[in-house]
Design a binder for this molecule. Structure first.
Ligand code: NZQ
Ligand code: ZN
Length: 393
């Protein structure tokens, strides 16, 4: 059968406001008269002055604050914001932070007008996965380039007690606008910079390393973004390097890695993310660091299924020209691993002090969360996932 591009409808309504000193434009972006709740995380935006800049820009608006959203944001925390909004009548949300604050805000925006128990927005054995049919309007001031959440309609929420990390998506939770000031990234520590490069890299891979469907534009976009990250990654993780264009290119690459520009009409494989979320849920590992453990192992185990695209990746992204096809593919997987290691990330369970004992609990988690038919063809069974986790030991 000939592999062709699937039909697609492409839609992305998020306005991007990018560059130097764009926060002061908030008052031109949020309609006057709105009662605005500013949401933020553990305090970096207080410490580094971003919250103060936002509040200055919103002079004249009625505003409130909701801080304390954790990395890997908790359902219970978000529900406290839902209560606050219902009690105090906010009608616009402004997330100031990274993916965690933005994702929590997306959920809050959907949960406030949700008819029923908001836990049912999720599936995965926890809720009924009922559709979101409306949401409060919200926008973001991005402080950490990584997730693409600032320009997409997805959100990942953690259920701490249930040891689950589940996502939902809805066209109603696209941010209305996102402010991207590369200079806001200057306060990020090396670990978060590395996490951002990695998360963006793996987002691109998961929309690219599947099987060919002749999508020349999507493939070339993906290859360009991957090569940009490979080129700038080593400099990005130098937290003292405040070169504006370096950070600007990083920020825009991370946004494009998951703003759906790469995915129209092509197969996708989110198995590394699905398998990684279980590692975070059980062992509290940073999101990006779960991906560097899973992806090289997944590419090794799934080499036959991804053969053609792996070869294309080897030749076009890593410029590997010597050896037979399998040698090229193996070299590309090895280079991917070395790239992650050069960013200080673990590429095995051993690297984070875990071993054999994780395999059964992780596979059981996948089963519990209905992750039993993963990958671009839905043929990654629990048994295949087990082999991948084992390969990552
Ligand atoms: O909480 P604060 O004090 O603000 O500190 C944060 C946090 O500790 C800090 N930080 C953020 N901006 C900073 C800063 N520190 C100094 N200077 C700044 N400018 O960085 C830490 C990590 O923040 P977090 O928001 O958790 O990181 P990230 O943006 O990587 O988001 C991770 C979350 O996003 C989800 C992940 O699963 C995870 O829960 N994802 C969301 C996606 C989406 N919505 O499309 C896709 C991704 O694949 C991902 O799953
Ligand atoms: Zn991710």
């Amino acid at each position: 059968m000939k592999n062709e591009m699937n039909n697609f409808t492409y839609y992305n309504p998020t306005k991007i406001v990018f560059g130097k000193n764009r926060v002061p434009e908030l008052s031109q972006l949020i309609p006057h008269g709105k009662k605005v709740l500013i949401t933020y995380g553990g305090g970096s935006v207080v410490k580094f002055g971003t919250l103060a800049r936002v509040k200055t820009a919103l002079k004249g608006y009625e505003i409130g604050e909701f801080g304390g959203i954790e990395a890997n944001p908790n359902f219970e925390t978000a529900m406290k914001a839902v209560e606050l909004i219902k009690n105090e009548g906010y009608d616009f949300l402004l997330a100031v932070g990274g993916g965690s604050v933005i994702d929590a805000t997306k959920f809050i925006a959907a949960a406030v007008p949700f008819d029923g128990d908001p836990i049912d927005i999720f599936g995965g054995g926890i809720g009924k996965r009922l559709p979101v049919t409306t949401a409060l309007p919200f926008a973001t001031v991005l402080t950490l380039p990584a997730t693409g959440s600032e320009m997409n309609a997805g959100s990942v929420i953690t259920f701490k007690e249930k040891q689950a990390k589940l996502s939902f998506g809805s066209p109603f939770v696209f941010p209305q606008f996102s402010i991207l000031e590369p200079e806001i990234t200057y306060t990020l520590p090396e670990r978060q910079l590395a996490n951002g490069v990695i998360d963006a890299f793996v987002h691109i891979i998961e929309q690219y390393l599947t099987y060919p469907v002749g999508a020349m534009v999507q493939d070339r976009f993906a290859e360009g973004l991957l090569q940009t990250l490979i080129e700038i990654g080593p400099n990005i993780i130098d937290e003292t390097n405040h070169d504006y264009n370096l950070r600007a290119n990083f920020m825009w690459t991370a946004t494009n890695a998951l703003n759906t520009v790469l995915s129209p009409g092509v197969p996708q494989d989110w198995a590394s993310h699905d398998m990684g979320h279980e590692i975070t849920a059980l062992y509290q590992v940073d999101h990006a660091r779960t991906l560097t453990i899973v992806l090289p192992a997944l590419l090794t185990v799934r080499k036959a299924e991804k053969w053609d695209k792996l070869l294309q990746y080897a030749e076009r992204v890593w410029h590997i020209t010597t050896g037979n096809d399998e040698e090229k593919i193996d070299a590309a997987i090895e280079k991917t691993k070395t790239f992650f290691e050069s960013l200080g990330a673990p590429t095995s369970f051993k690297d984070i002090g875990l071993g054999e004992e994780v395999i059964d609990p992780l596979v059981a988690q996948l089963e519990r969360h209905e992750q039993t038919a993963l990958s671009e063809r839905g043929d990654q069974t629990l048994e295949v996932s087990r082999r991948i986790y084992r390969q990552a030991l």
